[in-house]
Design a protein around this ligand. Structure first.
Ligand code: ATP
Ligand code: MG
Length: 760
């Protein structure tokens, strides 16, 4: 049993408890994922057929890495294990069983853009106010319904839901859901939520199918269980019902998808569902230094809702956590890039040792610019996927249409691209006729004379004939031959080739890259079926990260905190710790939303192995305007003894001459050397003051003075906000308001009669 050596006794016990229900709810970095990996290897070593194991992971990348490690222990047997995300695993099962629930096996998977496009068309037809019924709102509402297994029929029958919709003035929501579901069905398409919803439907309506998979998957394991929603919970529960060999691992403190319907209740239910459940505790963190673990603990104890856990590290105490202040988002990028540059050379690290984590995708811009300036190689994870690019989606839409001609979104996309003389009016006519006859646009196109009045352009028939010729071709040719043929004969390759602009060239290269990828697929030796239809099966579920062949690339990693879940890096920079950004503005109205933001911060911090940096900017461009920012309340919650403040960054010279005086004043800046202590355990009250406001130590000779002679341009000191400069005065005595730029916290407006100010 040498292969179990790398486990502590508790981990090993969990690995060896292969039978019956098992749950591990433990803190970050305590080896939960490691337990799953070893457990699978152990099962195979014990003689369990690798075809009988199902492992559900958070990303496909995580599954790939797990498979690699298992291969080291069990060799090629690892190939047979079913391993992947809920979406990819159940999409695969649905391909086999789709016809039982009325879908073609080559159903299309609509990505979010497709779903939005369907909804946009519906909202337009129904003439609805696009503010009240924004596409995002409507899609979220449908998604939430599906994740709670509420069909459109139930939605329309449920009195509570109907009352809610009516009271918010959105009485048409049920109708929209119905039309959306009907259209997706008619197009032979499932959206992301359908992959789980329809799996539930399949397992409920077809006991024989359920029985088949219950016996196939004798051993089930789920990583990141805290982020499963009801729909996923039920699938797992059903599949495990016969053998009950189910092992789930997770951390309630890392639950960060409640906004998508993930439910902590799934952990609590687990104990009720399986009374003979075995629970294992993992308390030792093997990832991070003691300082990092302590910081993480001091953050999360501010949350009221959490299961009690004890996490400790036996690694060295490590460096303190460095808090860096910048004066703008661009400067934040600059100080982060420079710190990385310096750390790398002084510690002899690789670029891949560093990760920059942010709350929102938009924050990557300033980071990217700064990294590029210093010539630091980086890679953005998540974000706009390669498969989401226009030209790639165009070509893929031809493929989609070839295998599923009812796919209306694909049809709309390419029927007149490249231009072939089928104008919008003709397309509208086709769609209206399809709606009238309750058939798909494709059915109209193949028999125009039957469904359309008047003359329709010959181009429409030519288009149909072209797609049919693709259908014939793909039956016999390899994926690559088919793809190349379609790229050429659709006219797409030529169209891109003729565009000699930089973007055009780029798009042409992207198509070449896609074709290369398909070529590689065609040449794979480990799979038998290599048709384009097989390649296409889960293209909609692929992300940039899946496409990346060079996974050990020597680059700095940039990603949102959401996509960093489960990962680890020697050095982590968490950026943008500002009120209204992190925690996000949307989260400030309820305790539960704010607690989810705090869990997100906990996830970010716990990705770091040996060194953690946190940064914030005092001003940032948002929607094109410069806004002042206050440091995040989360900084305030960290015990000051673990922190080291680095306020050495100075505003870029010449960035704004108006503040020259302030810049000089900074040189005699008194740095606050401690943050306020965090509140003990329990829930901290929601605070809105900034750490810096609180941390300002008034000068020895500070005394609020009579400010009646205050004038624009004067330097002042405020008891809490520190030093500042008067920008403007308005109103009449005694209600004069002063707008003051405080260098620590930015601009503030104060009523002079109450302000504790001192003219410096
Ligand atoms: P997260 O909650 O972030 O997903 P986790 O609980 O899944 O974390 P792992 O990723 O499995 O934790 O483990 C964290 C790190 O600690 C990994 O690098 C892992 O290899 C290492 N590790 C875990 N257990 C041990 C052990 N017993 N001996 C040595 N290293 C270990
Ligand atoms: Mg993990």
């Amino acid at each position: 049993m040498d292969y179990l050596q790398g486990l502590n006794p508790e981990q090993r016990a969990a690995v060896e408890q292969t039978e019956g229900p098992v749950m591990i709810i433990a803190g970050a970095g305590s080896g939960k994922t490691r337990v799953i990996t070893y457990r699978v290897a152990h099962l195979v070593r014990k003689g369990v057929d690798s075809f009988n194991i199902l492992v559900l992971t958070f990303t496909n990348k995580a599954a790939r890495e797990m498979r690699e490690r298992i291969t080291h222990v069990v060799g090629n047997e690892a190939k047979n294990i079913w391993m992947g995300t809920f979406h990819s695993v159940f999409a695969k099962i649905l391909r086999v069983e789709a016809e039982k629930i009325g879908y073609p096996s080559n159903f299309t998977i609509y990505d979010t853009d497709d779903s939005k496009s369907v909804l946009r068309a519906i909202l337009k037809e129904m003439n609805l106010d696009d503010k009240l019924y924004s596409v995002n709102f409507v899609l979220n509402r449908i998604s939430a319904s599906k994740n709670n297994l509420i069909s459109w029929q139930e939605y329309n029958k449920n009195e509570q839901i109907q009352a809610d919709d009516f009271s918010s003035g959105r009485g048409q929501m049920g109708k929209i859901y119905e039309m959306y579901a009907t259209r997706c069905y008619r197009a032979g398409a499932m959206d992301f939520d359908d992959l789980l919803y329809k799996t539930n439907e399949l397992l409920k309506l077809h006991p024989d199918v359920l029985n088949k998979y219950q016996h196939k998957f004798k051993y089930l394991m789920v990583d990141e269980y805290q982020d499963t929603n009801f729909s996923q919970y039920l699938i797992v529960k059903k599949l495990a019902a016969v053998n009950e060999n189910l092992c789930v691992v997770g951390d309630d403190a890392q639950s960060i998808y409640a906004f998508r319907g993930a439910n902590i209740q799934n952990i609590l239910n687990f104990e009720k569902d399986y009374p003979d459940l075995k629970v294992f505790k993992l308390e030792q963190n093997y990832r991070s230094t003691q300082n990092i673990v302590n910081v993480a603990n001091s953050i999360i104890r501010n949350n009221k809702d959490q299961l009690k856990k004890n996490v400790f590290s036996e690694k060295e105490s490590g460096d303190k956590i460095k808090v860096m202040r910048a004066f703008s988002d661009n400067e934040e990028g600059k100080i982060v890039a420079e710190a990385i540059m310096q750390d790398r050379s002084s510690n002899g690290l690789k670029w891949s040792a560093f990760a920059i984590l942010y709350r929102t995708n938009a924050q990557s811009r300033s980071m990217e610019e700064a990294l590029r300036k210093l010539g630091i190689p980086y890679k953005i994870y998540g974000g706009l996927s390669f498969y989401q690019r226009k030209e790639i989606k165009d070509l893929i839409s031809y493929f989609r249409l070839t295998f599923n001609p009812n796919d209306e979104e694909a049809l709309k996309r390419v029927i007149n691209y490249p231009k072939r003389g089928i104008g919008d009016t003709s397309v509208d006519k086709i769609i209206v006729a399809a709606d009238q006859h309750g058939i798909t646009p494709w059915e109209v196109i193949v028999e125009p004379a039957k469904y359309l009045e008047g003359k329709i352009s010959g181009a429409v028939s030519n288009f149909a004939v072209m797609i049919q010729s693709f259908q014939v071709l793909t039956k016999t040719k390899s994926a690559y031959e088919s793809a190349l043929y379609i790229a050429q004969h659709s006219g797409l390759l030529k169209d891109l080739y003729e565009d000699k602009s930089v973007e055009g060239l780029n798009r042409y290269e992207n198509i070449q890259e896609l074709l290369n990828g398909i070529k590689e697929f065609s040449e794979r030796e480990d799979i038998e079926e290599k048709g384009l239809d097989i390649f296409m099966q889960d293209v909609a579920l692929l992300t940039n990260d899946d496409k990346d062949k060079n996974k050990d690339a020597e680059t700095v990693s940039l990603m949102t905190i959401h996509s960093s879940k489960g990962l680890e890096f020697p050095q982590v920079y968490v950026v943008g710790l500002e009120e209204n950004l992190f925690p996000s503005q949307m989260s400030l109205n309820s305790r539960s939303d704010l607690e989810e933001e705090r869990r997100l911060f906990y996830v970010a911090v716990t990705r770091a192995e040996s060194k953690l940096h946190i940064s914030y900017a005092t001003s940032r461009f948002k929607f094109g305007t410069l806004i002042n920012c206050e440091p995040s309340r989360f900084l305030d919650e960290i015990d000051a003894k673990y922190l080291e403040l680095d306020y050495t960054a100075k505003p870029a010279s010449g960035s704004n001459p108006f503040f020259d005086d302030e810049r000089k004043a900074w040189s005699r800046d008194k740095q606050p050397d401690t943050f306020s202590k965090p509140k003990p355990a329990a829930a901290a009250p929601v605070k809105t003051t900034s750490i810096l406001a609180k941390a300002h130590v008034p000068s020895a000779d500070f005394k609020p003075s009579d400010t009646s002679n205050l004038q624009v341009g004067m330097q002042v000191e405020h008891e809490r906000f520190g030093f500042g400069k008067v920008l403007s005065l308005e109103g009449n005595k005694p209600d004069i308001k002063a707008t003051i730029f405080f260098k620590e916290i930015g601009q503030k407006q104060l009523l002079l009669k109450f302000a504790k100010l001192y003219i410096v």
